[in-house]
Design a protein around this ligand. Sequence first.
Ligand SMILES: O=C(O)CCC(=O)C(=O)O
Length: 339
Amino acid sequence: MDVLKANKSTKQRERTPPLPRQLVLQHPRGTSETESYPALENPVAFRQWFEREGYVVVRNAVPAALCDSGVKAFCREVLPDHLGFFERHASGRYERHVLTETGFMKYPIMNLQDMSEKKYAEFRRIGLDLLTQPRIQQAVQVVCGEAGRLVHTMYFDGNQTTWAHRDGHYIDSGQAGQMIGIWVAAEDIHPEAGRFFVLPRSHLMKVPGESGDPNSIEYKARMADFVRHGPLDCLSPVLRQGDMLMWNSMIIHGSLPTTDARYSRRSFTAHYVPRSHQYQWNVRSEASRRSIVVNQVEVILHRDDSSWLVRTRNAVRSGLPRLYGLAQAMRRAMPGLTW
Ligand SMILES: O=C(O)CCC(=O)C(=O)O
């Protein structure tokens, strides 16, 4: 999840330890792939499973053709833009792409809804359409008992090896523990690509010493230790194009290390709160209430547009990225400068 005050350089981030674990399950213990998860068409069983396990998988939640269009738009509009600045999940800052050795975007983009409607028109439009598809809305409705509000989105291409965490430590519903995360596989996710993992039932269990700054090295180390040596299974479901994994904001999750760099792990992800709830940041001082509507879903905008100075900075960042890059370099050289 979003680590807005991490202030980590790329180098520091790359030192985050991977997660060696002896046994990672692909199906919940005692089940086979075909019988694992209750169908969305059986809402009582679906909700009961979700409440007990803290996550669930929905097969074919999104049409494959829409996933293909989203990936194509990314490859056409976003990936080749080497000068552009994108808000990053790992730092919470606007940064240029860092590519993996095989040319995938390493650090996911955060908040597609805040991207330039002109420069990245198709990627933004398709991404938001994909994340508000009817079956996603239906699944949110079943687990929340009401429609949802979309408060956060991301797109993954390569693997940043996301540290084990609970989303609720960063952002959550105003009623803690009621936010829902969704991860939609935009392609068949190869076992060596660095798959998403969850610790089923971890939403009901405390990790010793887990309170405190969720951006700190100590927090990440404790969570990783719990994943490695704790009493719960580590599960990394097989996800094919269009499948969706859905989880409660207090479930511990992250991504496994990539073991074959030839594989990407393209996915669109989002966080929903029940529509009657507000949402809250636990790592930012203010929560935006500005929003747009996509497929009848309210989508919160996060980009700061609060003053003319900030708006000018945003316009320079988006329209004159070379100049913005220069200003950033100057700022690093002269830390007293305000932008
Ligand atoms: O896929 C990943 O690397 C992790 C995604 C995640 O943590 C999230 O969407 O909250």
